[in-house]
Design a protein around this ligand. Sequence first.
Ligand code: NAP
Length: 302
Amino acid sequence: MLPFANITIIGLGLIGSSIAHAIRANMSAARITGYDQDPAVRARVLELGFCDDVTDSPGAAVTDADLVMLCVPVGAIAATAKELAEDLPESAVISDVGSSKESVLNALTDALPGARIIPAHPVAGTEHSGPDAGFATLFDGRWCILTPPDNADQADLERVKAFWEKMGANIEIMDARHHDLVLAVTSHLPHLIAYTIVGTASDLEDVTRSEVIKYSAGGFRDFTRIAASDPTMWRDVFMSNKDAVLEMLQRFSEDLTALQRAIRWDKGDELFDLFTKTRAIRRRIIEEGQDDAAPDFGRHHE
Ligand code: NAP
């Protein structure tokens, strides 16, 4: 049985279009309605054909929905929810895919009092954006974290869980605040570090930009993939998960200072012990199927 028969996706970029493709692949009887604020995106989605219907307003998109999935940047969630509030059926479950969760839960609760709110965060993505970037297998074997409010209806939660399981995801349920702390260290801080390192390299005076690009395979290149991520999305993530990011950044700065001291005072053993521990973490990620063990991150070389 389908957990939801009429699914509305608001925001048809990488994640919204991937959800539509994955619904088509795994729940083909479900009807998909889409809306995006950008008319060019709406026209492109009609060409690509992964929605049954594309509407010109968020309200028109939700009138028949039993699941509404907000796939817009986190900073746009409050305004989007307000725009569709009048047309949202009482029986519809409203969810989202935002990368930070406490601010989203507050925004949805304020904009849609009494609505059936079950926020979600599929921990899967790429550095690409827009409706052409989506693909059906994005969520396969990845984790999707659900952060229901304390008063969430258990049956609604079960339906959203069943939906993501059918999409191929593994489910974890946690409190929104805890989610934000965990993701601050596993996702938000690594993005901040990548943005910093790529920015620093591009500002250097003694090393030319063409040298940075030429010798990028020394490590820099892998940071540039993360630092190519969508600027709007990531600005919103840092603005909306400020406290947790600042807390993790403080810990990170202290650890970086300790490394700086170890290098200055020739404490090679300290570096060796740390690098041994970090190598073991990489091994566990591969053992648990969360990355590819192929050489050079599975890159194809001609
Ligand atoms: P994306 O490819 O940039 O797509 C977002 C789409 O939403 C764009 O077409 C955007 O249009 C549209 N949009 C913005 N404001 C809107 C509004 N008020 N009403 C309707 N449409 C609106 O971004 P994405 O990567 O799919 O990210 C979407 C959400 O997924 C974000 O909340 C992000 O935190 C979350 N997420 C992303 C990843 C990832 O790796 N990318 C992973 C997990 C979760 P404009 O271009 O005109 O603004």
